[in-house]
Every structure is written in structure tokens, then in C-alpha cells.
Design a protein around this ligand. Structure first.
Ligand SMILES: Cc1cc2nc3c(=O)[nH]c(=O)nc-3n(C[C@H](O)[C@H](O)[C@H](O)COP(=O)(O)OP(=O)(O)OC[C@H]3O[C@@H](n4cnc5c(N)ncnc54)[C@H](O)[C@@H]3O)c2cc1C
Length: 636
């Protein structure tokens, strides 16, 4: 095994999350003024100050304050621009001032079963346990985390799924609301650049685009790759629009239940004004001309299972989210977040049962009464929260007799996101750009075809010869994830879900060989000689291990007619005390999405506790018709 070469050591102790506990309680009810940074040398941003300066539900998350960033280590690549700091007005880091900052205790504690220990399930379980409910979390797998499962082999630690952490306050909130300090459980560090994007796959010419949250850097990169000067102003105009989309789509809507069509009616004019009926690619193309730049500005929906050519432009809010609050990584990997949540849940009195597959949600009339495990054991409950895939839950856990809306036919008609091939691998050498391109923590390698490849994946459902890849190289940030002198990677390729005709039993190996050969030739010299450990998943894993319908990696596809009210609701439309937290319900996939869904479920159960009215079935029916009409009219 090669000796360790002079790795830049991250000053972890100096960059662990600072404290912003003091804002925790009142920030959820008090508008927080959003502060903007000033970037020397950056072109003037068009009227950015004038745009929705108040973010009504931007929570207890510290705003950036460059003046507090002097102590960050320059070698870490961590810049003042990307670090989170505690607002200057807040005294005493780590001071926890009292119980009013915790979630209020439920008046009538319930027995609650949560099916699935994915991030949405864990977050819901923590919230509910923090309110004093008696919560049992059951998962069919041998480890918690769901898609954030951790593979440990031959001294390497591989995060199975999420690696790009955005909206970090949504994680830290979970600890704060339970009366704990987040930094006692998890340590998040900023990643810069957010992404290094390589163009044209096989024709690798070393050209890449460093995608960051700073306008000056972005403008420099845009000028480097685009011959159109108008793309600079176009980009800045686009940023301005994404702020407005964020204010509506994230701040106002992401943590609201959308279980009444009136919710939809209320926001519809804004959504129309913000051109949500356009697709992400269509909207971006109005602002920038260069084709490669369009790719750079439109790949984000793929992170939540959407095709940029079909996903509603609401998802451009991800640009703004990343730009304003950065991209983060958990030291120890995302698995460390799962461990932190599991520990917290245990401390709150929650119970986790692994290797415990739920075979049925038991019902009486229109009420869930608990779950029956595949083993036959019954666990009674006053409410059931399902974090497993929504489609599979309706198909397999609830008898057809109680399903008025989500019939098998309807579930089959819905659209599901693509699947993935992911290869986790470790090398007995480190790749630091000496004999190949210099890689970043998050690398996106775009193939020679963009729109056509996505069409093959999402529409034709065929396995193409070419591919676009996401290459994860966490050892650049946390060397402890591999033995000394080694690197840990995963490479991810979007592929069609199982609704196509691909025989993965015969196709998986050749596909793997093509990807690894491509990486060896273009990015990781002599990879095959240095490969010391490997594990691979394909759509069958999502189908069988994770119980996801059609092996979809991100559940229900995020198109307009399957968003907000049109998405399966957080409170089941079939049973009044069955709730969904996770990727297939509102607001959608990705860590911020599933953490929001957990908050919604917690709010709904708390509202039940207070005896507040539920949504009305007549409204449901009216909006159902509206949904179908929209589907027919828009054709998606
Ligand atoms: C490879 C990959 C990379 C990703 N990268 C990112 C990223 O960088 N950033 C980001 O924000 N998002 C990312 N995502 C998306 C994100 O990981 C997911 O949207 C999110 O983690 C899904 O969480 P969830 O709460 O829906 O639960 P899931 O992770 O889907 O977990 C559901 C759990 O339910 C359990 N379950 C299902 N049925 C049953 C049953 N009948 N009985 C008992 N248990 C059951 C399953 O075993 C599973 O543990 C990625 C996803 C993948 C697959």
C-alpha cells in the first residue's frame, strides 16, 4: 500500500459548527432579516437587495457574516463565503436558555410506529419522541439510514447515498428542538467548490467549471467557458429570479402540508407568476445561451430525481439554496449524521427495531391501528408514520379495500424518478492531480450528450452506451474514510428505472466495466491496478432492498403535476392517522425535502393533538379533478 503523501489536514476543530442555539425557538415564528454578502470585485448584482429581503420562515440558521470568518484556515479551501457563523447579536455559544426552545410536549402522548429509518423516518421519529410520544421505529434492513446506508469494507467507509448536504439548519434543528447541541452529535464542514463539472466525458481535455456560491468566481468561470458576454448578465438575472422562486417554493411552501386544495389555490397565482409551468431547462435557456453553461445551470433536478427537461422550474430554487447557505459535508460521512440521529432518538426514549419488515398496516375502518411485521408480530399504534416508499406502501401494506384514491391502476399511471447505478470503490493510492485531472470532492462528469441521454433514461428507458457521472471523493475532505494513503470514491450513473426492458442480471457487469474503464482512461490513471475494494448497486437494489416501486431511486418524479398538492399527501388520503415522511410525499426527495416532510408530519400530529380540524374530503375531490385536468392540459 502506498505511503501517505502530505495530505492537507482540515482544521476540523476550528470549523465545526458554531452555535446558533439562541435563535432556535423564536426564529420559527419571527421573521429573520436575510443578510447579503458583499463581494469585492463582483459585478453589481441586479437589484438583489430589493428582492424579498425578509424570509418569513427562514429558521434558526445563522446568516453569513464575513467579518467573523477570519480564523478559517485558508488551506482548507473553506472561505468566509461558505462558512456558517453565529449571528453577532447572539451571546454565549452553546447556551441553551430554557425549555421554550424545545418542541412543546404533546398533551396526549400517543403510541406511534414509524416504518423506515431513512433520514425522513429518523427525523420524524426524533421530533415525535421529543414531544413525548412513545415512538417505535422499525426498518427491514440491518442498519438505519435507508438510502444513507453505510458500507464498511476493507477499512473503507462508503456513504451509500446522500453526500451533498444543503440547508444544514434543517439537520441541526432536530438536535436543538430536542434540547441538545447539534455539535455534540455531528460536525459539518463546508465544501468548495460545490461541484467541479467536467465536460464532454470521453473527450476529456482538462476543461472544467468550478461551481461555487460566489458571484465573482461564477462570473470568472462563465467568462472562461462562454463566448457570450450576455451570459454573465443572464446568470445574474437568473440568480435574482431564483431568490424569488426560493422565497415562494422553499420558504413558504416546503414545510406546509398541502393536504387541502385551498393551499394549492392560494399559491397558484404566484407559481404562475414565477413561471413554474416551465421546465428547469426551458427557464435557464432564457437566461444563458452557451450550451455547456445551460448544462451547468440545469443538472440540479437530477439530484432529486428529476429530468431538467421535464421538472418544474420551481426546482431552480436549489441554486439559491446552495448559493446562500453553501454545500456541506459531515465529518465521518453522512453515516455520522444517521448515527447522531439514532443516538438522539435513543436518548429521547425511542426504540429502533432493525431486520423488522412491515408486511401490513393494520386498519379498522378509516383508521390505522398499527403494523404487522412480516414475522407476524403486531405492534399497536395510535398513529403510523410511513417513511417507506409511498407507492409500495399503498400497493403492499394497505389492502385494496381501503384505498379509494391510490388504486393499483393509479399508482401504475404515476411517473417515477430514474434509478441509479452506484459503484463504491477504494484505491491503495491517492489521486491528487499529479498524473490526471485534479478532482474535487464533488465531481460531475457530463457526457457528450445531455438532453438526448436524459431522454434515453427518463422516456425511452434504454441503457445508452454513453453516460454522465457523479464522482464522489470524500477522502479529500475527510481522510479517515479510507486507510492511510488510500482514497474512497463512489461513482453514480443515472439509469432508467425498472419500467424499461433492461435485464440487469446481464447488463450490470458490462455497464460497470464501461464506467470503470472510462474513469481509468480519463480521470483515475491505472485504476484497475490500484482497486482494492468495491461494491455496486443497480436498480434491483432499490426495488428489493429498499422496497421502492420500479426500483426508483428518488420515488415519485418531481414534475408539476406531481408536486405540492398533487403529490401523495403527508397525511394519507386513505387513513386519517397514517402519515408519510420521505421522498415520495410533499415536498419531495433530497435531504432538505425529506427533513421538511418530517416536520410537516410532526406538525400534523401536533394539530391532531390540539384537536384542530382535518382537511375536507370534498375539497380533496375537487382538487383531484383539477389535478387530472392539469395533467391532460400540460401533458406531464
Ligand atoms: C445514491 C444516492 C445519492 C443521493 N445523493 C443525495 C445528496 O447528495 N444530497 C441529497 O440531499 N439527497 C441525495 N439523495 C436523495 C436522498 O438520499 C433521499 O431522497 C433521501 O435520503 C430519502 O430518504 P427517505 O426519508 O425518503 O428514506 P429512505 O432513505 O428511502 O429510507 C426508507 C427506509 O424505509 C425502509 N422500509 C421500506 N419499506 C419497509 C417496510 N415494509 N418495513 C420496514 N422498513 C421499510 C427501508 O429499508 C429504508 O431504510 C441521494 C439518493 C441516492 C440513492
Amino acid at each position: 500500500m502506498a505511503a501517505c503523501v502530505d495530505l492537507p489536514v482540515l482544521p476540523v476543530t476550528r470549523i465545526s459548527l458554531l452555535h446558533w442555539n439562541d435563535l432556535a425557538a423564536y426564529a420559527t415564528v419571527m421573521p429573520v432579516q436575510m443578510r447579503r454578502r458583499v463581494e469585492p470585485g463582483a459585478p453589481a448584482e441586479p437589484t438583489i437587495e430589493s428582492m424579498s429581503p425578509v424570509c418569513p420562515r427562514t429558521p434558526n440558521f445563522a446568516m453569513r457574516d464575513d467579518s467573523q470568518m477570519d480564523n478559517l484556515h485558508p488551506a482548507s479551501g473553506i472561505t468566509a463565503d461558505s462558512a456558517i457563523v453565529r449571528p453577532a447579536a447572539v451571546d454565549g455559544p452553546g447556551v441553551w436558555p430554557g425549555s421554550e426552545r424545545r418542541l412543546p410536549e404533546a398533551e396526549r402522548p400517543q403510541r406511534i410506529v414509524v416504518i423506515g429509518a431513512g433520514l425522513g423516518g429518523l427525523a420524524a421519529a426524533v421530533r415525535l419522541a421529543a414531544r413525548g410520544h412513545d415512538v417505535t421505529l422499525v426498518d427491514k434492513r440491518d442498519q438505519p439510514g435507508g438510502r444513507a446506508y453505510v458500507y464498511r469494507q476493507d477499512g473503507f467507509t462508503f456513504d451509500g447515498g446522500p453526500t451533498v448536504i444543503t440547508a444544514p439548519w434543517m439537520l441541526t434543528d432536530l438536535f436543538e428542538l430536542a434540547g441538545r447541541k447539534a455539535e455534540d452529535y455531528i460536525s459539518l464542514v463546508p465544501v468548495n467548490p460545490f461541484y467541479r463539472i467536467f465536460f464532454n466525458g470521453g473527450d476529456h481535455d482538462g476543461e472544467h467549471f468550478d461551481y461555487t456560491g460566489r458571484s465573482a468566481e461564477m462570473v470568472r468561470e462563465i467568462r472562461r467557458i462562454s463566448p457570450h458576454e450576455s451570459d454573465v448578465t443572464g446568470y445574474l438575472d437568473f440568480v435574482r429570479l431564483t431568490e424569488r422562486i426560493f422565497a415562494k417554493g422553499f420558504t413558504e411552501l416546503a414545510d406546509q402540508p398541502f393536504d387541502s386544495p385551498l393551499d394549492m389555490a392560494r399559491v397558484a397565482p404566484d407559481l404562475i407568476r414565477l413561471e413554474s409551468y416551465r421546465t428547469v431547462h426551458n427557464l435557464v435557456s432564457r437566461f444563458v445561451k452557451d450550451d455547456r453553461l445551460r448544462q451547468v445551470m440545469t443538472f440540479h433536478p437530477l439530484l432529486v430525481g428529476g429530468n431538467p427537461f421535464q421538472t418544474t422550474s420551481i426546482y431552480t430554487l436549489i441554486h439559491y439554496l446552495e448559493r446562500e447557505w453553501g454545500v456541506w459535508f459531515a465529518m465521518g460521512g453522512t453515516g455520522a449524521i444517521v448515527d447522531g440521529l439514532v443516538r438522539l432518538f435513543g436518548e429521547l426514549g425511542g426504540r429502533i427495531r432493525l431486520d423488522a419488515e412491515v408486511g401490513e398496516i393494520m386498519t379498522s375502518g378509516r383508521q390505522a391501528t398499527g403494523v404487522r411485521l412480516a414475522s407476524g408480530e403486531e405492534i399497536r399504534a395510535d398513529s403510523v408514520v410511513c417513511n417507506g416508499d409511498v407507492a409500495r406502501a399503498y400497493q403492499q401494506l394497505l389492502p385494496a379495500s381501503v384505498r379509494r384514491k391510490y388504486t393499483d391502476r393509479r399508482l401504475a399511471r404515476m411517473r417515477y424518478s430514474m434509478s441509479l447505478v452506484v459503484i463504491y470503490f477504494g484505491t491503495d493510492r491517492q489521486y491528487r492531480g499529479t498524473d490526471g485531472p485534479e478532482l474535487a470532492h464533488h465531481d460531475i462528469i457530463l457526457g457528450p450528450r445531455y438532453g438526448a441521454l436524459l431522454k434515453d433514461i427518463f422516456t425511452n428507458k434504454t441503457l445508452s452506451d454513453d453516460f454522465s457521472l457523479y464522482l464522489h471523493m470524500p477522502t479529500l475532505t475527510d481522510p479517515s474514510l479510507a486507510p492511510e494513503g488510500c482514497d474512497a470514491f463512489y461513482v453514480l450513473s443515472p439509469v432508467p428505472h425498472l419500467g424499461g426492458k433492461i435485464d440487469w442480471a446481464t447488463q450490470a457487469k458490462p455497464y460497470r466495466d464501461r464506467i470503470m474503464g472510462f474513469l481509468e482512461e480519463n480521470y483515475l490513471p491505472n485504476l484497475s491496478r490500484h482497486l482494492v475494494t468495491e461494491h455496486m448497486i443497480d436498480p434491483r437494489h432499490f426495488d428489493t432492498d429498499l422496497n421502492s416501486y420500479l426500483g426508483s431511486a428518488f420515488s415519485v418524479e418531481p414534475v408539476l403535476t406531481q408536486s405540492a398538492w398533487f403529490r401523495p399527501h403527508n397525511r394519507s388520503e386513505e387513513l386519517s392517522n397514517l402519515f408519510f415522511a420521505g421522498a415520495g410525499t410533499h415536498p419531495g426527495a433530497g435531504m432538505p425535502g425529506v427533513l421538511s416532510s418530517a416536520k410537516i408530519v410532526d406538525d400534523l400530529i401536533a394539530a391532531d393533538d390540539r384537536g384542530e380540524p382535518m382537511s375536507v374530503s370534498l375539497q380533496e375531490m375537487a382538487a383531484d379533478r383539477l389535478g387530472r385536468l392539469m395533467t391532460r392540459t400540460l401533458g406531464r
